[in-house]
Design a binder for this molecule. Structure first.
Ligand SMILES: Nc1nc2c(ncn2[C@@H]2O[C@H](COP(=O)(O)OP(=O)(O)OP(=O)(O)O)[C@@H](O)[C@H]2O)c(=O)[nH]1
Ligand SMILES: [Mg+2]
Length: 658
């Protein structure tokens, strides 16, 4: 297994460090941005952050290194992103931990606070989302809580930038809590036995002993590194003999007892005056998750996407930029300049020929894909920030559990519509390797990413609605079919942990704009070089006379089996580099009138299922290993053509578009 969290660089060794830790989706990244001035993705669903981000902050005239971590439900990690956070605390010296808590859910947060106290770390408790707590009539007796825990407590509203100054003020003076609490005598006995065998480290022996007793397997490497084999063996014997004394798993017993202590504290400090506010938002909330009305609502969302991205982005904006700005001004201008300045024919063609860098790569990237992607990014950011995505995931949970995935696994699948590469990283929030593998496979196979989806919606915008419906049905069918088969084939368990549903929120314009700009920048940096590379490949192949040969060689598949024009081969070649580029090639073919409706459906189904883009492939290798990546690619590639071909035959046979 590879290491997820990178060691913090030695150059920053003297800078004191503050780690932001807390449950998922409580606003850690939002606080991080406020402290450091550095933007990191903030979204309204758990699992936004799956890697560590660092940034500098000046607090009381001193420089600090602030570390943003993935959210944790417990510091005894169940999933890989949780392990990242635990490992920071275990293996890096942190001078302070700011625990960010959701004030509404203080009880849940206190359980993490207790674990941090157990670790002996200097902590500050930040009660965030005070606005939402107040809305719900929730009040926390901060002074009381401060007295019980003996640590500094501040309350913040990250989205309104409130309370950050007081947070900074106390951040310079973290305190180690002297709150003591114990487990039942049998557990305590084993804790003290194991403690004596453990070395000194960044966190207390007691907390490590509790991790061991809870059967934390992710600790193994650390133990091997820091303990003698003999001691490890003795520790394992102690752990086994302890767990024999209980009929339930020790991890459960320990967390139950800790939770009880959290409950007791919460009872003393938590008050709630019932509110009767039932506004528009709570009406929408009911609608989105309703077992029946949820589906019309989903349809409404999809329709909105289709109108905004497919019609407005791919229709109006693309026409404007491609036909007017590029077609009438930029490309003719570039042609004029280049033909007068560069007299060499080959170079001219390289820039402005049929496979020219300007006329093909740049035009596709900027004139076709950019406007579509940008509109999609905006729409997607609104969905992300409103909290609709986890609701969608919860609604689809039933369908997905039939194919061996739980509600948590649906989220990465939905996020794949933004970017498959990022979504593959988000698979880290899943608890079992089996689920992570299935999700990775399905993402690589059948979930179109934003750029590709945008182009596809743009093409369907010019076709009858049945075309789009067939495309959706085939993809959903393929995902369910392959998901079902793979859940039977791939060994391992499925976890039945349900996804936590955050409240619906009105998205903030500023966050949407920052996020969209960030994504556009990322798109331009990542996509354009690959577009140029793809164009160079086509250009060279064309000049060397290979292109016709390739088209001929591929013609049994492309022409005979899929029923597409031979020129579509080019789209599949560049589709190897990026899915959206492949789709853009088809977009151009359609514009030239070379594809009829049936061919549009077949080619888009094939190109959607077609292998993931290079970036996604690299992430698959990084996350799941080379072998898994090769198996996935080796399956997806022929499978996409198989489905495309079968669809072609079926459509012909049913005479749907003829
Ligand atoms: N109303 C309100 N919303 C907040 C506040 N702080 C953060 N949010 C919103 O809560 C959501 C989660 O914020 P993030 O900063 O991504 O949370 P996180 O703790 O980093 O989440 P993970 O990385 O998934 O663990 C976003 O939609 C934020 O805009 C707050 O004080 N009040
Ligand atoms: Mg985060």
């Amino acid at each position: 297994m590879h290491q997820h969290h990178k060691k913090i660089k030695d150059t920053a060794k003297d800078t004191p460090r503050i780690a932001l830790v807390g449950n998922p989706n409580v606003g850690k990244s939002a606080i991080f941005s406020l402290l450091t001035g550095r933007y990191v993705t903030v979204s309204n669903y758990p699992g936004t952050t799956v890697e560590v981000t660092m940034g500098n902050a000046i607090i009381s005239k001193k420089r600090y290194l602030i570390i943003d971590t993935p959210g944790v439900n417990s510091l005894i990690p169940m999933s890989e992103d949780e392990k990242v956070t635990r490992d920071i605390l275990l293996e890096e010296e942190t001078n302070a931990v700011i625990q960010v808590a959701d004030t509404k859910n203080i009880k849940r947060s206190l359980s993490i606070t207790l674990q941090l106290i157990e670790m002996g770390l200097p902590i500050i408790l930040d009660l965030n989302m005070r606005d939402e707590a107040l809305d719900r009539g929730i009040n926390i007796k901060e002074d009381e809580l401060k007295k019980i825990l003996g640590v500094e407590i501040v309350s913040t509203i990250a989205v309104q930038k409130k309370g950050i100054d007081s947070l900074k003020k106390v951040a310079a003076h973290p305190r180690v809590s002297d709150f003591k609490f114990t487990y039942d005598s049998c557990i305590e006995e084993y804790i003290s036995k194991i403690e004596t065998l453990l070395p000194d480290s960044n966190i207390t022996r007691r907390s490590i002993a509790l991790m061991i007793l809870s059967g934390d397997k992710t600790l193994k490497n650390w133990l091997l590194k820091n303990l003698t084999e003999e001691n490890i063996k003795r520790i394992e014997e102690l752990r086994d003999s302890a767990s024999e004394k209980y009929s339930l798993p020790l991890s459960y017993i320990v967390s139950q007892q800790r939770m009880k202590i959290a409950d007791n504290i919460s009872e003393k400090i938590f008050t709630r005056t019932p509110t009767t506010k039932k506004g528009f938002i709570s009406f929408i909330d009911k609608l989105t998750t309703h077992p029946v009305w949820g589906f019309p609502f989903l349809f409404l969302v999809l329709f909105g996407l289709y109108e905004f991205v497919g019609r407005f982005g791919a229709g109006i904006l693309v026409d404007l930029i491609e036909d007017v700005i590029f077609g009438e001004y930029l490309n003719p201008l570039a042609k004029k300049i280049i033909t007068t300045l560069i007299p060499i024919n080959l170079l001219q063609e390289l820039l402005i020929g049929q496979y020219g860098i300007i006329t093909m790569a740049i035009t596709y990237a900027i004139a076709i894909i950019l406007p579509i992607t940008a509109t999609f990014f905006i729409a997607f950011a609104i969905l992300e920030d409103s909290g609709y995505l986890p609701r969608l995931a919860a609604m689809l949970n039933k369908a997905f559990s039939a194919i061996g995935l739980n509600g948590k696994a649906v989220l990465p699948m939905v996020l794949g519509l933004g970017c498959d590469t990022m979504a593959t990283l988000t698979a880290r929030i899943l608890d079992t390797p089996k689920e992570r593998l299935i999700v990775t496979l399905l993402l690589a196979l059948g979930v179109p990413c934003s750029a590709q989806l945008g182009v596809i919606l743009g093409m369907f915008g010019k076709q009858p609605l049945e075309a789009l419906l067939i495309w959706i049905s085939v993809l959903v069918g393929v995902i369910i079919f392959v998901g079902f088969i793979s859940s039977k084939i791939i060994p391992g368990q499925k976890a039945d942990f349900m996804l936590e549903i955050p409240p619906l929120r009105l998205p903030q314009l500023s966050n949407i704009l920052i996020k969209t700009m960030g994504r556009i920048e990322w798109y331009l940096k990542e996509a354009v070089p690959l577009f140029i590379l793809g164009t160079l490949i086509l250009f060279t192949a064309d000049k060397l006379g290979i292109l016709p040969l390739l088209e001929k060689a591929a013609s049994p598949i492309i022409v005979n089996f899929l029923g597409l024009p031979a020129k579509a081969t080019e789209s599949f070649i560049i589709g190897f580099l990026r899915r959206d580029y492949g789709a853009a090639g088809l977009f151009a073919l359609q514009e030239q009138g070379l594809l009829n409706t049936e061919q549009v459906v077949v080619s888009l189904v094939t190109v959607t299922l077609f292998i993931p883009c290079i970036a996604n492939l690299f992430v698959i290798i990084k996350e799941r290993g080379l072998k898994a990546a090769l198996i996935i690619a080796g399956f997806v590639f022929p499978f996409s053509f198989l489905v495309g071909g079968l669809l072609h035959k079926t459509l012909l046979w049913l005479k749907i578009f003829s």
